[in-house]
Design a protein around this ligand. Structure first.
Ligand SMILES: NC(=O)c1ccc[n+]([C@@H]2O[C@H](COP(=O)([O-])OP(=O)(O)OC[C@H]3O[C@@H](n4cnc5c(N)ncnc54)[C@H](OP(=O)(O)O)[C@@H]3O)[C@@H](O)[C@H]2O)c1
Length: 327
């Protein structure tokens, strides 16, 4: 497993996502098996969020955090795991309402510490942005969490790079803690968010942002790093058109994904690996800290995603996969 140093800790280049822990497909026992398997493969970063659990059978926000906390205690591995969680998510039934004010953020971080049953969180993300929110107040509040020892480092999830840069400039000029990480949707597929009317507070990596991130020094954590299994499902179905006919493209209907599917096939043949393993190789081959977060509905998928964690793609591979398409 590739690793790097972040905030003084040696961490795996792949993180385990726990949004589906305790859900329909991963009951508690299976969730713990998935966490065990990930650790055996060298994963030592766990990603959760205050809001996760709202769509589990129990319907309780914080349920994923509670299960992660229970797992860390039962396995006695809190020290081993770099623990990431998020707060400040808007109400799940109205994402236009901001919860980035001090009162809501304090409520969330205290609840996270309680459910996780830990003294401190290694990396704390704001889950979504709200363009009207005063960033000065946000950064002052977050710095207070660091000073109290609630959290060790800060991140912004689903924030545009210019908003992060503005917030970090404010933090630096006012002696506050800046964001050290960003979490966005990023995978091998091209995602055309013009059709995404459901949730405008989500943010996917655009080709033009990559260079800014490389220069920024931020850790980039990538969610939906398998594009919900798009390329594995394309291979199983017998190609892009077959998957499209079966209604399996989901939001990845951009026509460039047909070309990318063919490139994925060629690269899988070149390295003798699966599309899911290639997805991990792609994100972990960037020459700056990029960390895919993996998830699964069956443990076999997790093992597949982790089956070739050391493959390094070349510049030529990148060109083949991405083409010259600019978002
Ligand atoms: N910051 C944020 O706003 C945000 C948003 C979303 C997620 N996250 C984090 O990122 C994590 C991962 O997100 P995600 O679940 O959307 O990622 P994902 O890995 O792209 O999607 C998971 C789904 O992909 C399919 N899959 C995964 N591995 C596969 C394989 N080897 N072969 C075939 N199919 C495979 C499975 O679909 P099927 O179930 O259909 O088989 C699985 O349920 C979450 O747990 C959470 O920690 C963060």
């Amino acid at each position: 497993m590739k690793t790097f140093i972040f905030e003084g800790r040696q961490i795996s280049r792949i993180a385990l996502g726990t949004a589906s822990f305790g859900g329909q497909k991963l009951d508690v026992e299976k969730s713990f098996e998935v966490a065990d398997a990930a650790r055996e493969k060298g994963v030592n970063v766990f990603d959760t969020a205050r809001v996760y659990g709202f769509n589990a059978p129990c319907g309780r926000q914080g349920y994923s955090e509670y299960l992660v906390g229970r797992y860390l205690r039962e396995r006695g591995c809190r020290e081993e795991i770099f623990l990431v969680t998020k707060g400040g998510h808007p109400p799940v039934n109205d994402r236009n309402i901001s919860r980035l004010d001090r009162k809501n953020l304090e409520f969330d971080v205290e609840k996270s510490l309680e459910d996780l049953n830990v003294d401190s969180i290694d990396l704390y993300f704001l889950h979504r942005d709200h363009p009207q929110m005063d960033l000065a107040e946000v950064m002052e509040t977050l710095h207070g969490f660091v000073q109290k020892g609630y959290v060790k480092a800060l991140g912004a999830s689903n924030w545009r790079p210019d908003r992060i840069a503005w917030a970090n400039e404010y933090a630096r000029t006012h002696g506050l803690t800046p964001f050290a990480a960003s979490q966005v949707e990023w995978n091998m597929a091209r995602f055309d968010d013009r059709g995404n009317t459901f949730d405008l507070t989500q943010f996917a990596m655009r080709d033009r942002d990559v260079e800014d991130y490389r220069r920024s020094g931020l850790l980039v954590m990538c969610y939906t790093s398998q594009a919900h299994g798009l390329f594995s499902k394309m291979q199983e179905a017998g190609g892009y058109d077959a998957l499209a006919a079966a209604g399996g493209l989901r939001k990845y209907t951009d026509p460039d994904n047909r070309r990318r599917g063919e490139a994925v096939e060629a690269l899988c043949r070149k390295y003798g690996i699966s599309p899911a393993a290639l997805g991990m190789a792609y994100l972990t081959s960037y020459d700056f800290p990029v960390m895919p977060i993996i998830s699964c509905s069956r443990i076999e998928q997790l093992l597949d995603s982790l089956s070739a964690p050391d493959v390094e793609l070349t510049e030529e591979d990148f060109r083949l996969l991405l083409g010259d398409y600019q978002c």
